[in-house]
Write a protein that binds this ligand. Structure first.
Ligand code: KG4
Ligand code: ZN
Length: 352
């Protein structure tokens, strides 16, 4: 089954062609970073307008790079939430238009479930695989399959998911306040680093000492997280210590985030009796998090899965992958009344 995936939930316009939920034929990503940088954050109205300008071209590129035409597409999958409503509407309506014209099914995809499914994509380069940089993935010959535990760390979410099967993503717990990515972006801002801040903190932290400052680790429950106190502690430290070492602050802050993430993920996997942890979301690009998760999983006899960085941040290949499994269980897809939703996963599903 060839699925054309579309992702427009935030500030990346992306389209991808994926076969059988595994093989990436193309994964085109147009980032709007430059558009939003002067504002220090994503401006929803500007994001939606730029998606409208870009979507047609990006879909055409995805088809061209995959070497197929619309007639070869078996089904369409579009991220329909959570995210910015105006931005989501662009991708969902464009996908609806294509599906309607081609008389093919369309499914809406939960963006966070999409992030998890980035771990199901093949990452070795093969025939028909695009130029998209798939190096630095977990190198494995076997494939991940449910049940497994997933830690999703993105700009809006920090959740532990019990992935029972390809269609069941139960929330074990999430953040009580800020998401991990949000904390990275805010700390970057107080350190005077450019937007988007997460990768900048990651870069700066490489020159710093992670044990230089002992920032607090909030332990609010086995499967829950809280990063707002840590963010405040960083701000107070900067105010009190005028000649602070920015690299040490970045490294120490990052270590405080990463420690709690790894600790809770390992605990959840052990409690569930799972042998696999799948890391996902933009913050999964973070070098310290990847290293800490590797260490923690090795110590506890767990297998760690993490996509290459290009599949951790927002992309349409992960949406197509998740869409494939929705289509297997619902071949007719969703109705033409398919809508978008902005709410966080933890607000809509509760915890189990
Ligand atoms: O998953 P994503 O691309 O979009 C959302 O669904 O939110 O995640 C974006 C988040 C941003 O907060 C960004 O700063 C963070 O991921 N991020 C990082 C790194 N790369 C991206 N945070 C820490 N270290 C990184 N290397
Ligand atoms: Zn995302």
């Amino acid at each position: 089954m060839i699925v054309l995936g579309i992702e427009t939930s935030c500030d990346e316009t992306s389209a991808a062609v994926v076969k059988n939920g595994r093989r990436i034929f193309s994964n085109i990503i147009a980032s709007q970073t430059e558009l939003h940088a002067p504002f220090g954050g994503v401006v929803p109205e500007l994001a939606a307008r730029r998606h409208i300008e870009a979507i047609g071209y990006i879909v055409d590129q995805a088809l061209a790079q995959a070497g197929i035409t619309l007639g070869d597409v078996d089904a369409y999958a579009a991220a329909n939430g959570p995210g910015l409503v105006g931005a989501l509407l662009v991708g969902v309506n464009y996908a609806k238009g294509l599906a309607f014209a081609q008389k093919k099914p369309i499914v809406g995809v939960h963006h966070i479930e999409g992030h998890v499914c980035a771990n199901l994509l093949d990452t070795e380069k093969g025939e028909g695989t695009s130029e998209c940089d798939l190096s630095k993935a977990t190198e494995r010959t076997e494939r991940l399959s449910p049940p497994f535990l997933s830690l999703v760390v993105s700009g809006g979410h920090t959740v532990l998911l019990d992935v029972r099967d390809y269609d069941t993503y139960n929330v074990l717990g999430g953040t009580k306040d800020d998401a991990a990515g949000e904390a990275f972006d805010k700390v970057a801002r107080v350190l005077g680093l450019p937007f988007p801040g997460g990768p900048e903190v990651d870069k700066l932290a490489r020159e710093g000492n992670p044990s230089a400052i002992r920032f607090p680790r909030a332990r609010v429950g086995a499967y829950e997280f809280s990063f707002s106190g840590l963010k405040t502690a960083v701000m107070q430290y900067i105010i009190k210590n005028k000649d602070y070492n920015a690299a040490d602050v970045a490294a120490s802050f990052q270590q405080a985030v990463v420690d709690v993430l790894a600790e809770n993920a390992v605990k959840a996997a052990r409690d569930k009796g799972y042998g696999d942890i799948a890391l996902a979301g933009g913050v999964a690009c973070n070098r310290a998090l990847r290293a800490e998760m590797e260490k923690a999983c090795e110590e506890n006899g767990l297998r760690l899965w993490m996509p290459p960085p290009i599949l951790c941040t927002d992309n349409a290949a992960m949406i197509a992958a998740r869409g494939y499994y929705r289509l297997l269980s619902k071949p007719a897809g969703d109705g033409w009344d398919l809508d978008v939703f902005p709410e966080r996963m933890t607000d809509t599903r509760g915890t189990v």
